[in-house]
Ligand binder design. Structure first.
Ligand code: FES
Length: 179
């Protein structure tokens, strides 16, 4: 989203946050988190993490809500949310595959893994398949460099992955057709 869009969203901020405040308990939990961080703008990343944990992804209304509460320009919040690959701006699929592209994993072939997954799922990193089955994300480092290349499958980190092992697991998900 460009700045113009961010500003447009900004104009809806009050209405959006008001709707959420009454409609969603998760927003109350987010509000509690923001309070715990004493509305500090420096805590933006931690707060976005919490928001993603609560909502599964960061939609425009949530970004605006955070911006409004931290008194930050929506463009700044949006910029941070799009810069870090661990943040997702689209709804998560039934399954989530996060390919680490940090240095250690890169050296051990993360790019080949990612390319193979993108080819077999026909989606790019940061996207969810049209059927809503799979979300593909990348991370800069999962803190598991010793077992690089590492991939997270539905929250479980597996190391020493290959393009084939990753695609086999994804195929398994699709054949299962289950969550
Ligand atoms: S670079 Fe991949 S786990 Fe650290």
């Amino acid at each position: 989203m460009n700045l113009a869009s961010a500003i447009k969203i900004s104009n809806k901020a009050k209405a959006s946050s008001a709707t959420h405040t009454h409609a969603d308990k998760r927003l109350k939990m987010l509000e509690a988190t923001i309070k715990r961080y004493q509305y500090q703008q420096d805590a933006l990343i931690e707060i976005l993490h919490k928001a993603q944990e609560l909502f599964g992804y960061l939609d425009n209304d949530v970004l605006i809500y955070v911006a409004h509460n931290l008194k930050l320009p929506p463009s700044r919040v949006y910029g941070v949310a799009t810069f870090y690959h661990l943040f997702s701006l689209a709804p998560s699929g039934v399954h989530t595959c996060v390919v680490c592209t940090g240095t250690a994993c890169y050296v051990k072939g993360a790019q080949a893994i990612l390319a193979n997954v993108e080819k077999s799922t026909r989606i790019h990193a940061g996207e969810t398949s049209a059927d809503g089955q799979i979300s593909l994300l990348t991370a800069r480092c999962l803190g598991a460099c010793g077992i690089a290349p590492a991939v997270v499958f539905d929250g479980t980190v597996l190391g020493n992955q290959t393009p084939e092992s990753v695609c086999d697991r994804i195929k398994g998900w699709l054949q299962d057709g289950s969550s």
